[in-house]
Design a binder for this molecule. Structure first.
Ligand code: SF4
Length: 404
């Protein structure tokens, strides 16, 4: 069985480090001004250079996304940035349209090109076409099922194929959607989706504006346009059998906590699968872990779907069992304690867990001590506190607490 790459989203340098700590083989990052995500999840060139250096030191790869649908006015900036991206040593540039592909081929001919899922590649001939254009890897359209993915992998074995295995799904075809631009003047196609498909809607009849048809049960509204999130952890053997080279997690705008949990869980599952080929059962603990991060209920998406319809979850908005509590900034071996950057409202005595790459540890929270040595009964976002820990914790390790 071949060993596929586990590819993790890294919205900033901290999340890149989180992904590396918890077992990513590769990360993908936004390039300032050119990626298909809002500027909050793009990296400066300085951070990108640092991230590439750190990833390569750990044997991991960094792919830079320049997958906006470039307009004429974007081209000058692209001409400036593409050589800089190549210069800092990224392992590939992700593009989604022919203009950016042509620019990259001309300005950085040595830089491998990955074609974004935004290009909606759905068949063997399209893969041949992009191969002739010099594309090294294709992120296939999310709408393909695993049978179709396997057919493409067999027909064009020289092309690296990447598919999404986890994360949010659009109701629109591979994200080509105008709902956010229409409702909120924020275009999904320019990386700025405000996700109005997940908002609460009521249906009004024009002649009876005071009598809305509320599509709900109990105290929930209906989220008719909003897809469940993709999760294929139970079917990794089938995914690997399809022959894909890279397994991609969605979520460059999600938290470091999400990155930690999802990376660690899929890393453990893939390692177990590679190790114990005859015993490839999905473990309940992996599914439970993925329930700890914010999700809208899970679906296998189109992986096995005969009919091409996405699956919604009208009864829930978001669910999660845990939320971020903090991140390890430093470990003090002489006093056996770790300095935590708090990422929530924490109350002394409440249960907090530390996520290490290979296990989860319950932390003694009976006393919080701030950097001045003062005892606290609670701590808030951006505070720094000490918590006891017998053995060293790596910097960047993530802590969590139960959702109240
Ligand atoms: S509004 Fe929803 S369907 Fe449209 S691009 Fe955003 S997430 Fe996708």
């Amino acid at each position: 069985m071949h060993r596929p790459e586990l590819l993790i989203p890294a919205g900033n340098l901290e999340k890149l480090r989180t992904a590396l700590l918890y077992g990513a083989d590769a990360v993908y990052v936004g390039v300032e001004g050119l990626s298909l995500r809002a500027s909050s999840s793009e990296m400066s060139m300085t951070d990108l250079a640092a991230g590439v250096w750190e990833a390569h030191a750990k044997g991991a790869k960094v792919y830079a996304a320049a997958n906006t649908f470039a307009r004429n006015t974007d081209l000058q900036r692209a001409k400036k940035i593409i050589p800089e991206v190549a210069q800092v040593g990224v392992d590939a540039l992700i593009v989604s349209e022919p203009g950016m592909l042509k620019l990259a081929r001309n300005l950085a001919p040595q830089l491998p090109i990955h074609l974004s899922t935004q290009a909606n590649t759905t068949n063997i001939e399209a893969v041949h076409f992009w191969k002739e254009q010099g594309v090294r890897r294709i992120v296939l359209a999310r709408e393909l099922n695993l049978k179709e993915v396997g057919e493409i992998a067999s027909a064009v074995p020289e092309m690296e194929l990447e598919i999404f295995i986890h994360g949010a799904m659009c109701m629109a075809y591979s994200g080509r959607c105008y709902l956010s631009a229409f409702r909120n003047r924020r275009s999904a196609n320019e990386g700025d989706c405000s996700q109005p498909c997940r908002w609460e809607y009521k249906l009004y009849e024009s002649t009876r504006p005071d009598d809305p048809l509320i599509l709900q049960e109990d105290d929930h509204y209906s989220y008719l346009l909003s897809s469940k999130d993709l999760c294929i952890i139970e079917y990794l053997p089938e995914v690997l059998a399809s022959g894909v080279a890279s397994l991609k997690i969605e979520g460059r705008m999600k938290s470091a906590y999400y990155v930690a949990v999802v990376t660690r869980t899929y890393r453990q599952a893939l390692n177990a699968l590679m190790r114990e080929k005859e015993n490839d059962q999905c473990r309940r603990e992996w599914i439970d872990e993925l329930e700890t991060v914010s999700n809208r209920g899970y679906t296998t998406g189109f992986a096995f779907a005969e009919e091409k319809i996405n699956e919604t979850n009208p009864d829930i908005k978001y669910v999660q069992t845990h939320e971020p509590a903090g991140i390890v900034l430093k470990y003090d071996p002489s006093r056996k304690r770790m300095l935590i950057g708090v990422r929530n409202h924490l109350v002394a005595g409440n249960e907090i867990e530390l996520l290490l790459p290979d296990k989860t540890i319950s932390i003694d929270t009976s006393t919080f001590i701030d950097v001045n040595g003062k005892m606290l009964s609670e701590a808030n976002n951006d505070n720094q506190i000490y918590l006891p820990l017998e053995n060293e914790a790596p910097v960047g390790a993530v802590l969590r607490q139960k959702v109240k």
